[in-house]
Design a protein around this ligand. Sequence first.
Ligand code: HEC
Length: 136
Amino acid sequence: MTFLRTLSVIALLLAASALHAIGQEGDSKTIHDGVFTEAQAEQGAKLWEGICGECHMDEEFVGENYMSSWTNVPIAEMFDLISVTMPEDNPGSLADAEYSAIIAHMLHLNGLPAGEAELPAVYEDLQKILIQGPFQ
Ligand code: HEC
């Protein structure tokens, strides 16, 4: 019994260090690394005003209060939540690229820097981008 327990502890430790190694495999980023473009955020702003603005105010999703609830969560989770549940009166009605543009707009509103490449609209790629403070 004790021997088996020791074995399973070793197995768990090995699994944990393997996972850790995957986590460090280079290409993960945070929202501070210029993960969307200006043009994309502008496109998102128009969609936001036309669709989301019917029920939401910008301020709801700006700053520490809202954003810190997402600390260390991959942006894929935010994409998933919004694309599955919003707009509340017609969930999932936008194209994936439109949801990405809207999230780019939300990042822009939060004062995060634009970059060279668009925020992807593919879940697996969005999993490599972590939401982290500081937030404005
Ligand atoms: C018909 C009204 C309506 C529309 C349109 C709408 N929402 Fe919402 N949304 C809600 C309600 C109600 C909630 C839940 C209460 C809240 O947090 O305001 C919500 C919640 C949210 C949340 C918070 C989720 C969380 O738990 O963190 C986000 C983000 C969001 N909406 C984004 C959007 C985006 C982006 C759009 C446009 C594509 C949109 N909403 C359109 C009504 C709406």
